[in-house]
Design a protein. Sequence first.
Length: 427
Amino acid sequence: MSSANSSRRLEMTSSQRKPSVPFTQGIEEDMSNNALAELREPRLKEGHSRSRRIALMRSCTFLSCLVLIQFMAVSCSPGEEFLSDEELDTARSELVVVADEAPAVVSQQDGRLLVIARSSVNTLCYKTQGVLNGAFGPWTCLPGNISSAPAAVRQADGRLLVFAMGADATLWYAQSALNGTFGTWVSLGISIYGPPMAIQQQDGRVLVFVRNNPSNELSFVMQTSLNGMFDRWGSLGGNLARSPVAIAQQDGRVLVFAVAPDGSTRYVSQTTVNGEFGTTWISLSGIATSQVAVASQQDGRLLVFVKGTDNAIWSNVQPSLNSGFSNTWSSLGGGLTTGPAAIQQQDGRLLVLAAIGDMWYTQQDWLNGSFGTTWSNLGGIHTSPLTVVRQQDARVLVFARGSDGAIWYRIQSAVNSRSWNGWFSLN
């Protein structure tokens, strides 16, 4: 594929954008400049309103902030930081501009999608579909300072967990109410590089994987019980150059993939369902220049996708159910700048998407079959990796950061369709 192909670009004119929403969602809409200036004050004064207290809570940019509403005070960790004039201007601008990374998208218990991203001032912000398969509501932002893309997962009772690296380079998480808002951040202690990965294993407990700082080994932690707390970090060894990606294969065992410093794609797997992991990493050879993407095709076999040194997307498939992988890679073509994203659509065929500024996709020609090398153009101007999901009605949505800093998404016009609706901004 070539950028010479015709493409439709994202229309960024103000008349075509959706109405923007307050960065400080939930704070008094009529807050004056003087009131905003008080966000810099480290303590609340007696008699401040609840909304003013919330405003101050949002000004504290460290994840270790403890909200002590009953004492009319907010306590932050040593080295307190508060919003600068520039950050206050960002708050007044009523736009959430995400960092140059892929958003996390997860389905709530009621089926509505939740989009989660890191803002330009390093807060975690999220918005939810107003109705099933519908448009998205306003942004809500959590107090606290994160320094990686978020990862999100739904636990057994339907509540969501979101994980991110904090400003202190350690792992933190927050938990939502059922189909509701997120609570305060909780530290998981370990020092990490880059974004985490979270997955629910077959028995319903959540597993979290990170690239350890400073060893670059794969570290993991698991809930001690369904919907419970996390405990006992373990190491799976390895030497990771990129953040891990995890998936459950057909027999229920979890496999974790990552790119090594030599560019090879490697994986490690559970030896039994819900059980221990082996510590022997298996190499799939090749030289990857992107994060790994993994998806399960209709017959249950896993396919691994990476971008190669030639900027084409390459795939490797399990020869049989729950088996190992060969060292044979197949090219899907393309001349791309982002890594791939992959998903099984409702008819069982896999879609693979990537971008070179504008977005392109290809799909399996038949169930469990090969991919064509002809890519179709979805247009847009994108500056981040992609996130792809299926919503409750089985149509596929793809999300990415646009050149204006907002998250944009596009959705299939019908289930399994090659026709897609236009681009929509989440600002």
